[in-house]
Design a protein around this ligand. Structure first.
Ligand SMILES: NC(=O)c1ccc[n+]([C@@H]2O[C@H](COP(=O)([O-])OP(=O)(O)OC[C@H]3O[C@@H](n4cnc5c(N)ncnc54)[C@H](O)[C@@H]3O)[C@@H](O)[C@H]2O)c1
Length: 306
């Protein structure tokens, strides 16, 4: 497959604008479409913030790239070679959209889904060309986390997987391709295993939220960013790991339900930053401050790690 130059992003919510700016800076002609005019308008503001962050990261701007905002789906899909789908995480909605766009794109255009964990094989069911569907899972914020999971479904053509891996490299990111489909893929399985244990420790009253965050941030997060888990096993020694795991694993959370603390907060409307309150409380000023501080720290850490 020759180098992809034209992309369409469906959905300009949390993920779409950052994905669009990254692809455009890598030299692609990108059209961003959303069914909601308000979301498209907000995406334009977000795109200019993202440009500023990528300037600070010194991400190159390659010739020929551009990002435009489209309220007409057919126009956004004209001439596209890859559709990057970032609409809500709902199997039926994604399937309905994929079936509809098959009539609006060329037979060889790739459909790459940013699903967080819906099996790609299910997303491709019933399509005329299931071989063109592949998972392309970006991590949030998509303009800062330089790793995309690539997930072939049972029917995905190898050249489609390769084309998405190549494109991921072209934007300066690491493609991580799964050898087989598994619920939640790899990144979210690991994240949710950590979240389950953290919430179980809160549910059991072992520690409070502030203490838990401090322990994980400095004891685990900082270290894992430099020495990832398998390298860490070698660093710690497999004799040490196997002896600790032999008594500790049995007492770790294997809860199959959802944490009572998280469920109670959700039921009270404490949904997190978007509601101004979650585990912690947030004023609008605090939210702005946190966003700036986190973006700055992610830029600095990424520079330090690359
Ligand atoms: N938010 C995250 O942290 C994150 C991380 C990785 C992957 N994802 C995945 O990315 C996808 C998008 O997530 P998000 O958080 O950006 O969602 P979001 O709800 O913020 O945005 C979705 C956008 O899609 C639009 N939309 C709805 N139906 C549409 C349609 N038929 N055509 C075009 N646009 C449509 C909505 O108007 C909205 O603006 C989901 O599959 C999600 O699981 C999200």
């Amino acid at each position: 497959m020759s180098e992809l130059k034209h992309a369409t992003i469906l959905g300009s919510g949390t993920m779409g604008p950052g994905m669009g700016v990254v692809l455009a800076r890598a030299g692609m002609q990108v059209k961003l479409f959303d069914v909601d005019a308000g979301a498209l308008e907000r995406a334009q503001g977000m795109a200019s913030i993202v440009e500023g962050i990528l300037d600070r990261l010194e991400v190159p701007v390659r010739d020929g790239g551009a990002l435009s905002f489209e309220s007409d789906r057919a126009a956004s899909l004209a001439g596209t070679e890859i559709v990057a789908e970032a609409i809500p995480e709902n199997l039926e909605l994604k399937r309905e959209v994929f079936r509809a766009i098959e009539d609006e794109i060329s037979d060889t255009a790739i459909i790459a889904s940013n699903t967080s964990g819906i099996p790609v094989t299910k997303l491709a069911e019933g399509l005329r060309h299931p071989e063109r569907v592949v998972g392309w899972h970006w991590s949030n914020p998509p303009h800062l986390i330089p790793m995309n999971e690539v997930i072939p479904g049972e029917q995905t053509a190898p050249e489609v997987t390769r084309a998405v891996e190549d494109l991921t490299r072209r934007i300066g990111y690491h493609p991580v391709t799964l050898k087989k489909e598994v619920a939640g893929f790899v990144e979210n399985r690991v994240l949710y295993a950590i979240m389950r244990e953290c919430l179980a420790l809160l549910d059991e009253g072992v520690i409070d939220s502030e203490g838990l965050d401090l322990c994980v941030k400095w004891g685990i997060g900082y270290k894992l960013a430099v020495v990832p888990p398998i390298q860490l096993l070698d660093m710690a020694g497999l004799d040490i790991y196997t002896s600790v795991a032999s008594y500790l694993n049995a007492s770790l959370s294997n809860e199959t339900g959802v944490s009572s603390t998280a469920t109670a907060l959700k039921d009270e409307g404490r949904l997190g930053i978007k509601a101004g309150r979650g585990f912690f409380d947030y004023t609008p000023e605090r939210i702005k401050e946190l966003q700036q501080q986190r973006a700055g720290a992610l830029v600095a850490v990424r520079k330090a790690l690359s």
